[in-house]
Design a protein around this ligand. Sequence first.
Ligand code: 2AM
Length: 178
Amino acid sequence: MGSTNNAKEQRRLFLALWPGETERQQMAELAKQVAGRRRVRDANLHLTLVFLGATTPEQLAGYETALENLTMPTLELTLDRYGYWPQPRLLWLGSSCTPLELYELVAELHRRLRGCGFVPERRAFQAHITLARRFTGRIPAEPLAMPVRWRVSAVSLVESLPSPESSCYEVLRCWPGG
Ligand code: 2AM
């Protein structure tokens, strides 16, 4: 029938800030220090802005149209603290002072996506980079001695692809200018 509700046609997608190599290496080093072998793969480190979930080709086309002409200021994030969420046992890297512009960017993404039927998550956005899942080690209480400074100027559309060990992420395109 060619139905787009066919699960095979759906792709698991999210919008994220995707680190450049320098920041990725710094994040990866921290993950190695605090989480050792339980850490997220280096190549998977990112900051999710909006989780789109299972997406049909039609939804994707709508989202891409909605995000055309997206502009964003250059943001500088200072990643200076660790956090831990006990329920998913998730150890993360974040900022003690998330810039207002980042919240505004997420609100703008929601506004554009709502226009084509996307229903954002109800829980409040909390900027974090997952360093380890199912984490059981010592949770660092002290702030980072050397914060990671991360200048971001683009939003990436990322696909989560299943792989035998953990998900594998592929950047499909970026805004602005992708
Ligand atoms: P997490 O790292 O806090 O688990 C790909 O799964 C990305 O989307 C991850 O960064 C994940 O965040 C994020 N995400 C947000 N909401 C999600 C959801 N409901 N299910 C799965 N991943 C979600």
